[in-house]
Design a protein around this ligand. Structure first.
Ligand SMILES: Nc1nc2c(c(=O)[nH]1)N[C@H]1C(S)=C(S)[C@@H](COP(=O)(O)O)O[C@H]1N2
Ligand SMILES: [Mo]
Length: 335
């Protein structure tokens, strides 16, 4: 996400990491296959990393296979490669440059984990790490992810509807909005400890939805991608995916889901309200103040069209399922 930073505080690679060290480390990571699909390469024992990486740089996060009901890709969408999905990320808690989350998050400890659902409901509860994968049957969903920065990917997520989780909590009549919060742990998340690395945003990262948006069947809580548990850079162990909204709504590494009666504060809206609205529905007719939203760069990560400019669709192409939620609303006012 592009932040309006004054020239004094604006970030460059050189300021975050000395350029030579940066390139050297990239070369090593590449050699080891770390910038590829998997975190560990067959034949390279974890010990061999020891001489190259200091303790907090060892790429050691292990994902594991999940059981799930596969998606049918009837539309024949070309998936973005797993390598691209897991190395080109926005996750400011691990650095505001696209390559940083994968490089700085491999030591992220997701066990134990606690996700609480609370607030305006009769049956609040907490899920521990294992329950994230067992409480609800997992299904695969192939969704387009449209970042507000005008690039997009197609990602095979694994997860379950947010609606099924909310229903189990028995919301009461005051539950009009849902507030989400990412883990706050500056010891594990270097972007939370360092204002520059973290892009100057206030942590914990928070997001929100209207209750009817949250209950829409498209709204997914994701615990995996490409058949496995999420790697840290994509929001392990559980993150939101709201495919008709700009990517920043899809909050990562969630610890709290709260049912509330009035609109929650959201991270990007708080930082730059004239640029990032609460709704953030993908809308090619409503430009960002600093760039057009009419088209996007579709990143597939492979082939001739590894990065192709295409037209952006209203509601990211999911209008049939969600346009009714905004009937009668002025979508320029409620951007
Ligand atoms: N906690 C948290 N969640 C976040 C972000 C972030 O910086 N922190 N970035 C958002 C943005 S801008 C995008 S585009 C998506 C990117 O998801 P991906 O890296 O899995 O593709 O995550 C969103 N969720
Ligand atoms: Mo984004």
């Amino acid at each position: 996400m592009l932040v309006k930073l004054t020239s004094k505080s604006s970030l460059t690679e050189h300021q975050v990491t000395d350029e030579n060290i940066y390139h050297q480390r990239r070369a090593i990571l590449k050699q080891l296959g770390f910038l590829g699909a998997g975190a560990l390469v067959a034949g390279v024992s974890p010990q061999s990393y020891a001489s190259w990486f200091s303790d907090d740089e060892k790429p050691s996060f292990a994902t594991k296979s999940l059981n799930y009901k596969p998606a049918d890709n009837a539309a024949g969408q070309i998936l973005t490669t797993e390598k691209k999905v897991t190395t080109h990320n926005n996750f400011y808690e691990f650095g505001s440059q696209k390559h940083q989350p994968v490089e700085l998050s491999q030591q992220f400890n997701v066990k134990p984990w606690q996700l609480s659902i609370s607030g305006e409901c009769d049956k609040p509860f907490t899920l521990d790490y294992d329950e994230l994968f067992t409480r609800f049957p997992l299904e695969e969903r192939i969704y387009r992810l449209r970042c507000v920065e005008a690039w997009s990917m197609v990602i095979p997520w694994l997860g379950f509807s947010l609606a099924s989780l909310i229903k189990q909590a028995s919301p009461n009549s005051k539950a009009k909005y849902v507030a989400f919060e990412t883990l706050y742990d500056p010891e594990q998340m270097p972007g939370q400890a360092n204002r520059r690395l973290g892009g100057g945003i206030q942590y914990p990262y928070t997001e929100g939805l209207r209750i009817d948006e949250a209950m829409n069947p498209l709204t997914l809580l994701s615990v995996g991608l490409y058949g496995k548990t999420l790697p840290p850079q994509n929001g392990a162990p559980i993150r939101l995916v709201v495919p008709w909204k700009y990517g920043f709504k899809s909050i990562k590494s969630i610890v709290s889901i709260k049912l509330i009666s009035s609109p929650p504060q959201t991270t990007w809206n708080k930082l730059a309200p004239q640029e990032y609205g609460f709704y953030a529905n993908v809308n090619p007719q409503h430009d960002h103040p600093r760039w057009s939203q009419a088209s996007e760069r579709r990143i597939t990560g492979s082939g001739v069209f590894s990065s192709q400019r295409i037209e952006t669709q209203p509601f990211n192409g999911y209008g049939e399922q969600v346009a009714h939620l905004y009937k009668g609303m002025d979508l320029h006012k409620y951007y």
